[in-house]
Design a protein around this ligand. Structure first.
Ligand SMILES: C[S@@+](CC[C@H](N)C(=O)[O-])C[C@H]1O[C@@H](n2cnc3c(N)ncnc32)[C@H](O)[C@@H]1O
Length: 253
């Protein structure tokens, strides 16, 4: 694939691993995808250290946590919740690769705009009495604000106090004419042409009170500058934080 995008770049890579690394550097969203996964999995590791035994990945997409981190599966039941079409595609890819789905990984399909998470997560093997860690990465961008807050409310209903959620979101400036960064505008235009338009975005200055109203206390609300300092300072490989994208960590009250 890299060969078709950049034939001379591909020719200069000694092996498949370095070709994959080079290809990721050319993909504008790679730094966001990698840094948000790092942020979530670091917070998850801390939560597991404190006794959390359920991990729910909302809108999992092609997330490979349960395949990459078999070591964590000794202590965790993992639930991937995703749109039925994406999940069917993923099942096919897993089968095509000849991978085995671990016994601790449960694939559950749901459309956030049509169904409620708490209707889906009310029966075994999910335990609604267990303190649970959720991640919701790369999804809020595509949903109307009400659907985002509805899904967060459902998370608060299916985990007791102490449950946590990590999510990323676009700030509202991305929709204001003249305020969106050029690079982000280009990504938005390409997603629009793929039929996956980005929606309204959230307001970082009111997120604290917005989530408090639905049963959460906001623990962290990282701005693009915070993310740059934490994950990208001093890098020389071209990866950088994306403007307008924020990372949040909230706890069920
Ligand atoms: C950009 S991918 C993010 C995948 C992964 N979480 C990551 O961090 O890269 C967006 C995911 O949101 C899911 N999604 C989008 N709209 C959805 C909806 N209405 N209901 C359920 N899942 C949805 C898609 O199926 C896809 O898996």
């Amino acid at each position: 694939m890299f060969q078709s995008i950049d034939p001379s770049g591909a020719a200069s890579c000694p092996d498949e691993t370095s070709a994959l690394g080079r290809m990721l550097q050319l993909w504008p969203s790679a730094a966001t995808v990698l840094s948000r996964a790092r942020y979530a999995e670091q917070a998850l590791a801390e939560a597991v250290g404190q006794g959390v035994r359920q991990y729910v990945i909302l809108g999992a997409g092609m997330d490979t946590f349960a395949f990459r981190r078999r070591d964590m599966l000794e202590r965790l039941e993992v639930f991937e919740i995703d749109h039925p079409a994406t999940q069917a595609f993923k099942r096919n890819r897993i089968a095509g690769l000849g991978w085995e789905i671990p016994a601790q990984l449960h694939l559950v399909s749901l459309d956030f705009t049509k169904e409620k998470l708490d209707d889906i997560l009310k029966c075994p093997p999910y335990d609604p009495r267990a303190i649970t860690f959720f991640s919701w990465l790369g999804v809020t961008y595509y949903l109307p604000r009400d659907s985002v807050l509805d899904t967060l409310s459902a998370v608060a209903r299916v985990s007791p106090r102490g449950g946590m959620i990590v999510f990323d979101y676009l700030d509202r400036n991305v929709r204001s004419t003249g305020k969106a960064a050029e690079r982000v505008k280009a990504v938005m235009d390409s997603l629009q042409s793929l039929g996956e338009p980005l929606k309204a975005g959230l307001d970082p200055s009111t997120l604290d009170s917005d989530v408090a109203r639905i049963g959460f206390s906001l623990q962290e609300n990282l701005t693009p500058s915070d993310i740059r300092r934490r994950y990208f300072e001093g890098r020389t490989d071209g990866y950088r934080a994306s403007q307008h994208i924020h990372f949040a960590l909230a706890a069920v009250e």
